[in-house]
Design a binder for this molecule. Structure first.
Ligand SMILES: NC(=O)c1ccc[n+]([C@@H]2O[C@H](COP(=O)([O-])OP(=O)(O)OC[C@H]3O[C@@H](n4cnc5c(N)ncnc54)[C@H](OP(=O)(O)O)[C@@H]3O)[C@@H](O)[C@H]2O)c1
Length: 270
């Protein structure tokens, strides 16, 4: 039986817990002082242990994997609580905290040997996420497999080369669902402005987006080729795409990523 400790169980921590809690070969312990009562109630039928304060040395020694799923703003304070603990041999220290580097965990947890940074995203809630990873050199093949097997439960897995790439992934896939929802919102609002009801707008916009993404996945064609194939000269799609291009959609997207990337970098430094 492998033991996982989840430090922080908010949006992403609970998405992971939901996907993993019925795995037969794992047991779960959660430390979250602020949502303790709520979490205990929510998972009352499950064999999960909850704590509202940090654990002690004898408890910590039991865990095979410790996952930090807290906000970057509290990371220094929370991670430092683990500063002088001794861990089980081969224990994985995993972090989904945006921006916080492997060196941050090394510096703040004296006995952290095998460290992995993971960047999941929100569709993990329905096991349709994508998780990107980078580890330190000490990370064993066996632990890599264990981490792969866990995160594959919430979607695709991608190992990256270095930490710069994980900050970039944070800006693209980590924050990406937020951009997509913002775009869908704009799409729906425009549909309503043109005269459709809220419910019809929801139905046609969501079907259009889901259908287009699935078509691209299935045909494996380039998005620009697919767009060109609809945008016949003098037609309606061409007229619409012209407006997107005139307003520099590519530059807007690039600026969006760049802003999130810079933020990930800044959060890591704080
Ligand atoms: N949400 C996403 O889509 C997403 C995607 C990829 C990565 N991430 C990363 O995942 C991390 C968590 O994000 P989130 O959206 O899950 O945030 P969240 O919902 O705020 O969850 C963080 C949880 O940690 C709790 N917490 C605060 N102090 C703690 C302590 N001392 N010990 C244990 N738990 C503590 C928080 O309680 P309070 O709420 O009361 O403070 C909260 O329940 C962030 O670093 C974020 O960058 C999130």
């Amino acid at each position: 039986m492998r033991k996982i400790l989840l430090v922080g169980c908010g949006h992403m921590g609970s998405a992971l817990l939901n996907a993993w809690m019925d795995l037969k070969s794992y047991s779960f312990t959660v430390v979250d002082p602020f949502n303790y009562n709520e979490l205990k109630k929510k998972y009352s039928k499950k064999k999960i242990q909850f704590f509202d304060k940090k654990l002690n040395q004898s408890q910590i020694k039991d865990f095979d994997i410790i996952i930090f799923a807290i906000k970057p703003q509290v990371a220094k304070k929370v991670v430092s609580e683990y500063q002088n603990f001794e861990f089980k041999k081969n224990c994985v220290i995993a972090s989904i905290v945006a921006g916080k580097k492997i060196s941050f965990f090394k510096k703040n947890i004296k006995n952290a040997i095998q460290i992995v940074r993971v960047m999941p995203n929100m569709p993990a809630l329905i096991n349709e996420g994508v998780s990107c990873f980078v580890s330190n050199k000490n990370f064993s093949k066996n632990n890599k497999k264990i981490i792969d097997d866990l995160f594959i439960k919430v979607g695709k897995i991608i190992w990256l080369q270095n930490e710069i790439e994980i900050d970039k992934a944070t800006a693209i896939s980590g924050s990406g669902p937020g951009y997509v929802f913002t775009l869908i919102d704009a799409f729906e609002k425009a549909s309503q402005q043109i005269g459709f009801s809220k419910s019809i707008s929801r139905e046609i916009v969501l079907s259009t987006i889901l259908g287009s993404a699935k078509l691209m996945e299935k045909t494996k064609k380039e998005p620009s080729d697919l767009a060109n194939s609809i945008a016949v000269k003098g037609g309606t799609t061409e007229a619409g795409i012209k407006v997107l291009k005139k307003n520099n959609i590519n530059q807007i997207m690039y600026n969006t990523f760049l802003s999130a990337y810079k933020r990930a970098f800044k959060l890591g430094k704080k």
